[in-house]
Ligand binder design. Structure first.
Ligand code: 13P
Length: 248
C-alpha cells in the first residue's frame, strides 16, 4: 500500500518570517488528513520549519545537497548539516538545477548515495523537455536519467527514494501534462523500476507528478493509478492552495 505523498517545492521564495507565517497557517489547516506531506524550502528556512512543524507530522525537505562529506566547496551544504537540522527529505536533480547549475546524472547519483547513508529520504526528479517529447525520445530520455541517477543503488535503498516525474515544459508554465500523459510516463517509470529492481521493490516506490499542479487539477492527477503524489511549486507558496491540493 503506497501512502500518497504530496510535497511543496518553494524554490527560491520566502524569508524566515514568511516561512513561519506559512507554517503557522498550514499546521492549523493540515489536521486530519491521510496524505503525507512536506515542504522543501530554501536552506535558510529549514530550521524555522523544523521547529514550526514539530509534532504535526508535516515533513521538511531541502532542495539540494552536496555529495562530499565536508570540504572546500564554497556555498555548498552537506548531508550531515541537513541531518543536524532534522530535515526529512531532500530533492535531488530538479530540472532547474540540471539546467542552471550543471547537475548531471552522475552528480545526482553521488548525491543519492550520500543521502542514503543516513535517514533523509531523497526525492529524485526526472523529466523531458518539450523538444524531447515532440521528437519522441521522451521515454528513452527518462529511462537514461533513471539508469544513470540510480546506478549502483541497492534494492533496499531504492525503496527509500521518491521519484518525481516533472516534464520541463509543464513547470511554471501553467501548461500541465494531461492526467493521461502524466500517468503514461509514471507507468513507464514504474516498469523501468520493475526491470531494474523487480516487482516487489517497484511496487513500493512513491512516484510523484510535478508541473503546474493546482487545486483545480489535483484530483484528476491524483486519481491516476501509477501517480502516488505530487511535487508542487507555485501553488505550495499559499497554505490554503497547498491544503486544497492535499485534500484533492
Ligand atoms: P510548478 O508547480 O510551479 O509548475 O513547479 C513544479 C516544480 O518544479 C516542482 O518541483
Amino acid at each position: 500500500m503506497r501512502i500518497p505523498f504530496i510535497a511543496g517545492n518553494w524554490k527560491m521564495f520566502k524569508t524566515r518570517a514568511e516561512a513561519k507565517a506559512f507554517a503557522e497557517e498550514f499546521a492549523k489547516l493540515y489536521t486530519g488528513t491521510d496524505v503525507k506531506t512536506a515542504i522543501c524550502a530554501p536552506y535558510t528556512d529549514l530550521q524555522t520549519l523544523v521547529e514550526a512543524f514539530a509534532g504535526t507530522g508535516i515533513g521538511v525537505g531541502a532542495q539540494n545537497v552536496h555529495f562530499a562529506d565536508e570540504g572546500a566547496y564554497t556555498g555548498e551544504v552537506s548531508v550531515k548539516m541537513l541531518e543536524d537540522i532534522g530535515v526529512d527529505y531532500c530533492i535531488v536533480g530538479h530540472s532547474e538545477r540540471r539546467q542552471y547549475f550543471a547537475e548531471t546524472d552522475e552528480t545526482v547519483n553521488l548525491k543519492l548515495k550520500k543521502l542514503l547513508e543516513g535517514p533523509i529520504r531523497p526525492i529524485m526528479c526526472c523529466g523531458e523537455s518539450l523538444e524531447q517529447r515532440d521528437s519522441g525520445v521522451l521515454f528513452d530520455f527518462v529511462k537514461s536519467q533513471l539508469e544513470g541517477g540510480l546506478a549502483g543503488i541497492s534494492a533496499e535503498d531504492m525503496k527509500k527514494i521518491v521519484i518525481a516525474y516533472e516534464p520541463i515544459w509543464a513547470i511554471g508554465t501553467g501548461r500541465t501534462a494531461t492526467p493521461e500523459q502524466a500517468e503514461e510516463m509514471c507507468a513507464f517509470i514504474r516498469n523501468t523500476l520493475i526491470d531494474m529492481y523487480g516487482e516487489e521493490v517497484a511496487d513500493e516506490v512513491i512516484i510523484q507528478y510535478g508541473g503546474s499542479v493546482k487545486p483545480a487539477n489535483a484530483t484528476d492527477i491524483m486519481n491516476q493509478d501509477e501517480i502516488d503524489g505530487a511535487l508542487v511549486g507555485g501553488a505550495s507558496l499559499k497554505a490554503e492552495d497547498f491544503m486544497k491540493i492535499i485534500d484533492f
